[in-house]
Design a protein around this ligand. Structure first.
Ligand code: ZN
Length: 125
């Protein structure tokens, strides 16, 4: 663990994270499209005897997936903001207090803009 995180490595980590997030969104989108509440509601008879609740469950699942897609898309923006910071000098610094974020933390969470201390005072990345 001697080598410190280089900006090139950091950018590549961000690019990889972005690709993973885009894959997540695509997968969620597929799962979302496959859940058709109308179809599920009328498709009773595959041995399911709980008739009416099936459609509700599907709607609930769709809402859940849509929320996840929203989160992933918000995360993409966070990644893009981090990639933008990686163009400049302060990419290792906390955007709030200006202290170094720390290589280990940046490697684990490339999109983070906050040091551990500031993160503890805020909800997300
Ligand atoms: Zn900080």
């Amino acid at each position: 663990m001697a080598s410190s995180l280089t900006v090139a490595q950091h950018r590549s980590n961000l690019a990889q994270l972005r690709a993973e997030t885009e894959t997540n969104i695509a997968n969620l989108q597929v799962a979302y499209d496959e859940l058709d509440p109308e179809e599920a509601a009328s498709d009773v008879g595959a041995g399911e005897d709980e008739g009416g609740s099936e459609g509700d469950l599907t709607r609930f699942e769709r809402d859940r997936i849509r929320a996840r897609i929203g989160e992933e898309q918000a995360f993409l923006e966070v990644i893009d903001a981090a990639a933008e910071r990686a163009q400049g000098r302060g990419w290792k610094q906390c955007t709030k207090c200006g202290e170094p974020i720390g290589d280990a933390r940046l490697e684990a969470l490339p999109a983070t803009e906050l040091c551990v201390t500031c993160k503890a005072n805020r909800g997300n990345w």
